[in-house]
Every structure is written in structure tokens, then in C-alpha cells.
Design a protein around this ligand. Structure first.
Ligand SMILES: Nc1ncnc2c1ncn2[C@@H]1O[C@H](COP(=O)(O)OP(=O)(O)O)[C@@H](O)[C@H]1O
Ligand SMILES: Cc1ncc(COP(=O)(O)O)c(N)n1
Length: 265
């Protein structure tokens, strides 16, 4: 017997360089033995040096992809990444409600590491209004949490205050990633509305961190698809990203991708 086949859908942008976006999500799902499906919101021409072009798909094209997957392949968990525009956010929010998807991981992607915008400035409000209340898990990095809460985040206390605000905005579980913090120790936090949980790790000294956020959120999504709790899911995601950054592939001449093969359950 093959056993149960777990399925996850990612609604995100394509990274031609293979390290972030849809490609990172599918590789991560696969490594965690979850069948990956995708709805592409935008195609980016991208490599380890940066983003050379952004080509959003039409709202109709995205709607068709989501419908095709939903009616035939019922995902156990859904992840959203680069959504780019207000119209796309409204469509995706509408589809999540239409199909009553509950295990939804929202990675509020805003800018690529090199600074290229992956979300239009005027779409932030739509993300706050339409996506946060649908997020079972929200996975902001520190700059994204600052934009969503409109506050400065420097200390660990401020991170916790921001997590509380995001919870008040409708998010069930807030997972704030600590990659942009300071110091050798890296702290990712989880807030469940009552308590804070912390995952600490050693910051690896490397420039090859392209796609860390996507990979981390995809690992959470894969674990949720398998029916794991949020605590178990973050635990696996944290271990997944740690070895993926430790054992990078050293490809490309800029900020290289993480190693999606490194982690074994
Ligand atoms: N240099 C690093 N060493 C180890 N883990 C890292 C490193 N940079 C990021 N991570 C981990 O990768 C994940 C994504 O981190 P972060 O950089 O905050 O998000 P994003 O990629 O969205 O900007 C987090 O779990 C973080 O702890
Ligand atoms: C299509 C696409 N989506 C998302 C990211 C963010 O990547 P990161 O995980 O490094 O924040 C990216 N660079 N490209």
C-alpha cells in the first residue's frame, strides 16, 4: 500500500532561477513527500543576481489555475506567496473562501532580497484587509511585519508586540521570522494568541539565502497538509531551513539558492 497521498497548492510567483517562489515551494513539498500543485500569479525573470523582469498573469489566468486544481485535486493545505496586485489579492481571497480552504499559509512577500518590488505599494492595504483574516498561518519577516503593523521593530519585545497586532488583525498563528534581526543568534517566534514560542538557531555566515522565506513557509505548509500541528510544522520547517542554508549548493555568482535536498525527515 502506498498510503495516503498528501497534496498542497502554492499560489505564487515563478522564479526562473529556481531558488524562490513556486520553484522553492514545489521542491520543498516534494522533499517532504507532499504532492505539489501550483497556480502562478506572475512570471519573474530572476537569477542569483537579482530580478530582471516581472510579468504578472491576468486575474482570469490565475482564477482558471486555482479552479482546475480545486475541483479535481482538493489540496490539504494552501500557501500564498507573491500576489503582486490588489486585484490578484482580491481574487485569491475570494477563491480561498469559495473553496473553504482552512489550512492557509500566507507568506506576505513584498520585496526580493535585491530590492525589486514583488508587491505593489498600494496592494498592502488589500493584503491587510483580505488576506490576514484568512491566514491560518502568517509568516512575515521583520520588514514585512513592520509594514503590516505600521510600527518599528528593533527589539524582541517589539517583535512580540507586532505579532499581537497581527493576531488582532485576524491571523490565527503568527510566525515571525528572525533572519533580518541582529546578532549571531537567530530567533523565529510563534504567537498563538496566548503564548509565544521561540526557535533559536545559529546564524550561518553566508550570502546564499535566496529563497529562505519561501522555503520555510513551504515546509510549514507541507507539514500542515499532513495534518501536523502548527508547533510540529514550525519545528520541521526550522530544521529544514537550517540545513538548507548550511549546505548551500554554491551555484550562480550572486545570492545563491538554499539546498532543498539537504533535509531528511
Ligand atoms: N543566515 C541564516 N542562517 C540560518 N537561518 C537563516 C539565515 N537567514 C535566514 N534564516 C532562516 O530562514 C528563514 C527565513 O528568514 P528571513 O530571512 O527572516 O525571511 P525572508 O527570507 O522572507 O526575508 C527563517 O526561519 C530564518 O530563521
Ligand atoms: C517569485 C518570487 N517570490 C518570492 C521571492 C522572495 O524570496 P525570499 O524567500 O528570498 O524572500 C522571490 N525572490 N521571487
Amino acid at each position: 500500500m502506498r498510503g495516503m497521498v498528501y497534496k498542497a497548492l502554492t499560489i505564487a510567483g515563478s522564479d526562473s532561477g529556481g531558488g524562490a517562489g513556486i520553484q522553492a515551494d514545489l521542491k520543498t513539498f516534494h522533499q517532504l513527500r507532499v504532492f505539489g500543485m501550483s497556480a502562478i500569479t506572475a512570471v519573474t525573470a530572476q537569477n542569483t543576481l537579482g530580478v530582471q523582469g516581472v510579468y504578472p498573469l491576468s486575474v482570469e489566468a490565475v482564477e482558471r489555475q486555482i479552479d482546475s486544481v480545486a475541483v479535481d485535486l482538493s489540496p490539504h493545505a494552501v500557501k500564498t506567496g507573491m500576489l503582486f496586485s490588489q486585484e490578484m489579492i482580491e481574487l485569491v481571497a475570494h477563491k480561498i473562501k469559495q473553496y473553504k480552504w482552512m489550512s492557509v499559509v500566507v507568506d506576505p512577500v513584498m520585496i526580493a532580497k535585491g530590492g525589486a518590488p514583488l508587491l505593489k505599494q498600494e496592494a498592502v492595504e488589500a493584503l491587510q484587509r483580505h488576506m490576514l483574516p484568512l491566514a491560518y498561518v502568517l509568516t512575515p519577516n521583520i520588514p514585512e511585519a513592520e509594514v503590516l503593523t505600521n510600527m518599528r521593530i528593533e527589539t524582541l519585545e517589539q517583535r512580540k508586540e507586532a505579532a499581537k497586532k497581527l493576531h488582532d488583525m485576524g491571523v490565527r498563528y503568527v510566525v515571525m521570522k528572525g533572519g533580518h534581526g541582529e546578532g549571531n543568534e537567530l530567533v523565529d517566534i510563534l504567537y498563538d494568541g496566548e503564548q509565544f514560542y521561540e526557535w533559536k538557531s545559529k546564524r550561518i555566515d553566508t550570502k546564499h539565502t535566496h529563497g529562505t522565506g519561501c522555503t520555510f513557509a513551504a515546509a510549514i505548509t507541507a507539514q500542515l497538509a499532513k495534518g501536523k500541528t502548527i508547533y510540529e510544522a514550525v519545528d520541521v520547517a526550522k530544521r529544514f531551513i537550517q540545513v538548507a542554508v548550511e549546505q548551500t549548493l554554491q551555484i550562480g555568482s550572486g545570492h545563491g539558492p538554499t539546498n532543498h535536498w539537504a533535509f531528511h525527515e
